[in-house]
Design a protein around this ligand. Structure first.
Ligand SMILES: [Zn+2]
Length: 230
């Protein structure tokens, strides 16, 4: 099952389209699928993919057969790309936090997450004072809700502990910190705007906003209006 066989995939290591060479395969005993260890020649790195076994009709044989389906990357873990709506410097800092995590530097991850939160406050016009107070102001100004402030306060103290002497951060906490920071960035820069746009469209459709379509009946003043303007 190995040799010159390849799997077409976007390599998670180098992000390039690659005909990754199959080094080894193993069919799962229970699930209908196959795990393969592949090698990408583009970047000279390994990866593991999972492929379901799909039943298909082979016209040449005139019979049904099994074939390997779309490959899904199992390892290395693939990070979701951040939205371009998030300011570049915040994206860069978050990516740095992810890099720390993948390098198993969990305290550094927590410190970078805290930095991301602090930079976000600065971007929202809150660059002075203690971070604990600035986060509270984010809620008072309606930028985030109280629950999210609670998350950010926890990320702030996790980051504080990480940089203090002797402070260490567990892998699970670093992972959660990354995920929470990502959710906060999405909330503030992506979904808040999406909701604003949605509301604006709804207002236009219901005739309460600028650019609302004019109904024919609105072009003709009703009798009451006609009398009122006379
Ligand atoms: Zn590669």
């Amino acid at each position: 099952m190995s040799g010159n066989e390849t799997v077409a995939i976007i390599c998670p290591n180098c992000a390039k389209p690659s005909a990754a060479v199959v080094v080894g395969r193993r069919k799962h005993d229970v699930a209908d699928g196959v795990a393969s260890f592949l090698w990408c020649d583009e970047c000279d790195n390994g990866l593991v993919v999972w492929q379901e076994l799909d039943l298909y009709f082979d016209a040449r044989k005139g019979d049904y057969d099994l074939r390997l389906g779309t490959p899904h990357v199992w390892w290395p873990e693939v990070d979701r790309p951040l939205s371009a709506a998030i300011p570049q410097d915040l994206r860069d800092t978050h990516l740095e936090a992810r890099k720390c995590f993948h390098a198993t530097a969990y305290s550094a991850t927590a410190a970078m997450v805290r930095k991301t939160i602090e930079m976000m406050c600065g971007d929202q016009g809150l660059s002075r004072g203690r971070l604990v107070d600035r986060l509270q102001k984010l809620s008072e100004r309606g930028i985030v809700d109280a629950r999210m402030v609670e998350w950010m306060q926890s990320l702030r103290s996790l980051g504080n502990n990480a940089v203090h002497a002797g402070g260490s951060v567990a892998k699970a906490d670093a992972r959660d910190a990354l995920d929470l920071a990502e959710a906060i960035l999405d909330y503030v820069y992506v979904f808040a705007k999406k909701f604003k746009d949605f509301e604006a469209r709804q207002a236009v459709q219901s005739g309460h906003g600028p650019g609302a379509p004019i109904e024919v009946s609105e072009l003709r003043p009703s009798r009451d209006e006609a009398e009122a303007t006379q």
